[in-house]
Ligand binder design. Structure first.
Ligand SMILES: *Cc1c(COP(=O)(O)O)cnc(C)c1O
Length: 353
């Protein structure tokens, strides 16, 4: 606390990201990074762009990158917005595309940043409880609101919603922006990008941090009707004209263009996930059906807190989220097959069965 903080800063409850430990031999299964490196083509493009052109400001409109994204998803560049990580894109969307005369709606168990943006922007919000089975029922969102944010697959549960249900909701609430946060869509879910053609209120947000293995580059993007994109651009240009540096624009474009690398690495993660889920079920874990590169699980007799601690003693970091309903669940990022072996050996050592 400082006497120099204003009321807004004093009242903030910032998002706390997962730990990024310095020790190298830790098995990090806590922040949903990909265990494989980014596209080799992206790395080559990044190396080649380390030249004296870095003295110049980057293209403030990131046009070449937006064209590449547009080409990959079959949309025109005026339907693409890019930002410094999808966190920034989401922040601009909450700021510019939600109305603050009614509560924003999102699930009680979802990405922990949504209520934080609301706190920062004085945006009222209400959380909608997931069902008993941790699924989202879109009918519960069909009410007057300032806007709706749905992560699909949902953050922390990994459960995916059929795109047809999102289409139903977009039609039911035509005057509210529906943000579909697809941070994990490449791990086996269906994208809502096609809805953006017929629904001018749907904004699909994706990131290069998870499936493209570029969390360190900080690039995210949104696809939607040109009017939504123009709204986001107005917010961006009132805050930071150059959210993406030269390297980020070039590296991101090369990564997006390398669809073969994406298919190869996400395919491996999906195969590892399916095998790990079976092995965990044999050890008495309840695992939610995940379409993401993480799983949410709990054990019949071992508490999440004690498991987290005992895995940590064996140099494995997993995440326990602060949300009340999943307090006794652990979130585990899918790594390589070898990472799974190491995890299962640790669980056997702890005598989890
Ligand atoms: C990781 C994540 C993000 C943020 O990704 P960045 O692009 O790294 O900012 C956004 N939404 C969800 C649901 C996430 O899990």
């Amino acid at each position: 606390m400082s006497r120099l903080w204003n009321r807004r800063v004093a009242g903030l409850e910032p998002y706390v990201p997962g730990e990024q430990p310095k020790a190298r031999d830790l098995l990090k299964l806590n922040t949903n990074e990909l265990p494989y490196g980014p596209s080799p083509r992206a790395l080559a493009a990044l190396r080649e762009s380390c030249t004296d052109t870095l003295r110049l400001y980057p293209d403030p409109t990131s046009l070449a990158l937006r064209e590449t994204i547009g080409h990959a998803y079959d949309v025109t560049p005026d339907r693409v917005f890019v930002g410094n990580g999808s966190d920034e894109v989401l922040a601009h969307a909450f700021r510019g595309l939600f109305r603050d005369d009614a509560p924003a709606l999102f699930a009680d168990v979802t990405y922990g940043f949504y209520p934080v943006y609301c706190g920062l922007f004085d945006q009222p919000f209400e959380t909608i409880p997931l069902g008993e089975d941790f699924r989202i029922d879109v009918r519960a969102y069909d009410r007057p609101c300032g806007g709706i944010a749905i992560a699909n697959p949902n953050a922390n549960t990994g459960i995916a919603l059929p795109v047809a249900e999102l289409a139903w909701l977009a039609r039911a609430r035509p005057d509210s922006t529906l943000i579909v946060d697809e941070a994990y869509v490449d791990f086996g879910a269906d994208s809502a990008i096609r809805l953006t053609r017929d629904h001018d209120n749907v904004l699909v947000v994706q990131t290069l941090s998870k499936s493209r293995a570029l969390a360190g580059l900080r690039v995210g993007y949104a696809i939607g009707h040109p009017d939504l994109i123009e709204g986001l651009t107005r917010v961006k240009d009132s805050f930071n004209s150059y959210p993406l540096d030269r390297l980020a624009q070039i590296g991101a474009a090369a990564a997006i263009a390398d669809s073969a690398w994406l298919a190869e690495t996400t395919g491996r993660v999906i195969a590892t996930r399916e095998a790990l889920v079976r092995a965990l079920a044999q050890r008495g874990f309840q695992v939610l059906p995940s379409c993401a590169n993480f799983i949410l699980m709990r054990h019949a007799t071992h508490s999440a807190a004690s498991l987290q601690l005992r895995l940590r003693e064996r140099d494995i970091i997993v995440r326990r989220l602060g949300m009340p309903r999943i307090a006794d669940w652990l979130r585990l990022t899918i790594g390589t097959d070898r990472d799974s072996d190491r995890l299962l050996a640790a669980l056997d050592d702890i005598r989890v069965n």
